[in-house]
Design a binder for this molecule. Structure first.
Ligand code: CAA
Length: 389
């Protein structure tokens, strides 16, 4: 039985900051951001956006391609920007997408890895229940603090994917390589809405984990590097994915793929990340969409590799085969519009948004640009939302 991703949709914040204007204010060389980190822009959520509003926007888009949403019997919400210690953000999604009551809903967390955990759990669930579908929402807002070294790698976005037994996009192959190890490269203690990060150590840990999962993947009988057509790497900033590709070449000692292939094999997968910034657990799947939507030719039948890394850390390498006709379920225009129509912020406006997001007030009348759902604020410790009129 083929099980995998049937539909994949993206949403992001409705504002954007040009990193060259950030560099000017922070006194940094803009090329440190654009070349050194490989980032041009970052999506910024307005005070009326959060992981739920972005998740609902991506979810509504994904459901456009699902003829019978009552077949969705499990909703998995993956995030490291959780809004509640008890209630799953998935319940808001389930409510606003009007899904059937006969449905399991739960939230998963392990830094940027949790969407991959959700995907593997969903695949196992669908193998047991082939007529059911799973909706995964991976939604995150990357926050490191104003004027920190992580600041130019911030961003936000959500992906919604439906997993089914007749996947129109990608069938997952069974062999995977996984790796877990307790390290302190990146974490966010309770009560803090900005991440703590040992930035340079996190980059070393990421590359180390790539080596470990590749070894495990090979040990488990996975295909060779040369039999994988394209690889999507977790992309906290695009230079990190490029470094992963270089490390992968070194580990595998490939004779078929060389550094000269970087621009053809990797660059299309990095286009969205360059202008959205880090979307944490959604980022790997943003990379998948970027590859598919920025490659002119038809890649049907191609084998894709995926390296998922979640600080702390858990990592996984797995592969999948693109379905024939996958281009018919993509959202080329809607995604291009979502990215192009973001409103450009000045640095002071971005800083004002950033500060307001830390202490949301209940302000139902304020009207920023948002997707279909707006976050109105918090009253009596409850989060309130409304569909934009
Ligand atoms: N022109 C061109 N390039 C320049 C430059 C200039 N004027 N100035 C510096 N650079 C280059 C540097 O040489 C460096 O490149 P290399 O790594 O190839 O040498 C690059 O720009 C970055 O410079 P620094 O290392 O000096 O930057 P920094 O220390 O200020 O910050 C960072 C870099 C530590 C990654 C920081 O952005 C950070 O903490 N980011 C958040 C953590 C992160 O993303 N970690 C990634 C792995 S963990 C993970 O993947 C999970 C996750 O999503 C968070």
């Amino acid at each position: 039985m083929n099980v995998g991703i049937d539909v994949l949709a993206l949403a992001t914040g409705h504002y954007v900051l040009d990193l060259r204007s950030l560099a000017a204010v922070r006194g940094a060389d803009p090329q440190k951001y654009t070349l050194g980190l490989g980032q041009d822009f970052m999506s910024v959520p307005s005070p009326q956006e959060d992981v739920v509003t972005m998740g609902v926007e991506a979810g509504l888009r994904a459901l456009e391609r699902i003829s019978d949403p009552t077949t969705i019997r499990l909703v998995l919400f993956a995030t490291e920007s959780s809004i509640d210690q008890s209630k799953s953000a998935g319940i808001y999604i389930h409510h606003f997408l009007k899904l059937a009551p006969s449905c399991r809903v739960v939230e998963l967390k392990q830094a940027c890895y949790s969407a991959t955990a959700a995907l593997q759990l969903a695949v196992a669930f669908v193998r047991q229940n082939p007529s059911d579908k799973v909706l995964i929402i991976a939604s995150d807002i990357a926050r490191y603090g104003l004027n920190t070294s992580g600041e130019p790698t911030q961003g936000c976005g959500a992906v919604a994917f439906v997993v089914s037994s007749s996947p129109r996009l990608l069938s997952l192959e069974k062999t995977t390589g996984v790796y877990a190890r307790h390290i302190m490269d990146f974490w966010r203690p309770n009560g803090q809405d900005e991440a703590c990060v040992n930035g340079r150590y996190s980059a070393v840990a990421y590359l180390d984990a790539l080596g470990k999962v590749w070894e495990e993947f090979q040990h488990n009988g996975g295909v060779s590097f040369d039999r994988i057509d394209f690889i999507c790497y977790h992309t906290p900033f695009t230079r990190m994915a490029e470094k992963a590709f270089v490390r992968h070449l070194e580990i595998t000692q490939s004779t078929k793929k060389t550094l000269a292939h970087l621009s053809t094999l990797l660059t299309p997968a990095l286009i969205y990340s360059r202008c959205l910034g880090n979307c944490y657990t959604a980022s790997l799947y943003v990379s998948l969409l970027s590859l598919l939507e920025n490659t002119a030719g038809d890649l049907s039948g191609a084998r894709l590799g995926f390296f998922s890394y979640g600080s702390g850390c858990v990592a996984e390498f797995f592969t999948g085969i693109l379905s024939s006709g996958y281009r018919d379920v993509l959202f080329f225009e809607a995604h291009a519009q979502a990215i192009a129509q973001r409103l450009l912020l000045t640095v002071p406006d971005y800083e004002a948004f950033y500060t307001q997001l830390s202490s949301p007030v209940f302000a139902p009348d304020s009207c920023y640009q948002t997707g279909p759902l707006r976050f109105l604020g918090i009253k009596n410790y409850q989060r309130h939302y409304d569909f934009a009129r």
